[in-house]
Design a protein around this ligand. Structure first.
Ligand SMILES: *Cc1c(COP(=O)(O)O)cnc(C)c1O
Length: 360
């Protein structure tokens, strides 16, 4: 039975992402990344991923991550002026440092990523291309963002961000890397498969293969664009000036409120965000100048553009009253009222599409 469930999860992942091979066992995105690197290169080899402070993930070789102790890490940054990826810089760095792996993908980057160019640069310097789509997997399967599958040796993802499944990880790759990827996951890094997670992933993958999911993913982006537009009208500076995906990164320097202080005030007003570095942040990562906001959760609750405009107003009100606790409490009441009109759905299962035991 467990083999059957795992096979179904693999089949669904392969179909949805148009991949030749899928491994659905990684316990999480971090482990999936380590497995991807160890499938392709040796300890001590050089990896090149996006710097954490510019939007990359810890496991792309940031200095406190084991990935920078097992491998030599030569990160790239974004253009500090535009906040966008600078492919000339990435190519120059790749030619200089000869990485064995170039990692594309990010954790706090509000624009679409051109995976084809990453693939071309990797080919030019003889590197493997590992693409980490943890954040945008749901946008990729919905066809909103281009898939890295044709341009990457291995694609890594989590299953719990825009893909909206249980917490877990997956690796997708070409047939030629299948054996190495499977061995890197087990016995390389992990023991037995977490079948409860794999079962839940199989369900999430079936849900993601529906028109309802595509509509959800499209609304995520519409919502973040509406939220971004209204924030700009309130005088907020956004890194890159806007968004193509599910997230917004606010540069708070003109508002004179540190990211951490604002995130904590918003939390008291029942708005969940996280304080985050901005590209070339003059402040330290523990108390950075930015705030990161995502729209998937409110979209799941059924909120649309109109509610996003209200949320931008709430955020603005908290910023303008950052030292006024009763004003923050007032915002909290308005947030509660809004949320009560959009309860968390009990389930998303689509009739006829959720039979975990039917092979496709
Ligand atoms: C979240 C994330 C991960 C790691 O996910 P975990 O499941 O928390 O280990 C890896 N890469 C990127 C780009 C992420 O955003």
């Amino acid at each position: 039975m467990t083999d059957l469930i795992e096979r179904i999860a693999q089949q669904r992942a392969k179909k949805l992402f148009k991949a030749e091979h899928a491994n659905v066992q990684p316990y999480s995105g971090s482990v999936a990344n380590l497995a991807a690197y160890s499938a392709l290169i040796k300890p001590g080899d050089t990896i090149m991923g996006m710097s954490l402070t510019d939007g990359g993930h810890l496991t792309h070789g940031w200095n406190v991550s084991l990935t920078s102790r097992f491998f030599k890490s030569m990160p790239y940054t974004v253009d500090p002026k535009t906040g966008r990826l600078d492919f000339n810089l990435i190519e120059d760095l790749a030619k200089k440092h000869h990485p064995k792996i170039i990692i594309s993908g990010a954790t706090a980057y509000p624009r679409e990523i051109d995976f084809e160019i990453f693939g071309q640069i990797a080919k030019k310097v003889g590197a493997f291309h590992v693409s980490d789509i943890a954040h945008i997997a749901g946008l990729v399967v919905a066809g909103i963002h281009k898939s890295p599958i044709p341009y990457a040796d291995i694609v890594s993802t989590t299953t719990h961000k825009t893909l909206r499944g249980a917490r877990g990880g997956m690796l997708l790759c070409k047939k030629e890397h299948a054996g190495k990827v499977d061995k890197a996951v087990f016995p390389g890094l992990q023991g037995g498969p977490h079948m409860q997670t794999i079962t839940a992933i199989a369900v999430a993958l079936a849900e993601a293969d529906t028109p309802e999911f595509v509509a959800y993913a499209k609304q995520i982006v519409k919502n973040s664009k509406a939220l971004a537009k209204k924030l700009l009208e309130h005088g907020f500076n956004l890194v890159t000036g806007g968004t193509d995906n599910h997230l917004i990164l606010i540069d708070l320097r003109n508002k004179n409120v540190p990211g951490k202080k604002l995130a904590k005030a918003l939390d008291r007003a029942r708005i969940e965000t996280n304080y985050n570095t901005i590209p070339a942040d003059p402040a330290p990562p523990a108390n950075p100048s930015g705030l990161r906001i995502g729209t998937p959760a409110i979209t799941t609750r059924g909120m649309k553009e109109k509610e996003c405009e209200m949320i931008a107003g709430f955020i603005n009100k908290v910023v303008e009253n950052i030292d006024n606790e009763s004003a923050i409490e007032e915002v909290g009441k308005e947030v509660l009222l809004l949320c009560s009109q959009f309860p968390v759905p009990e389930h998303f299962i689509i009739p006829g599409k959720n039979n975990i035991l039917s092979e496709e």
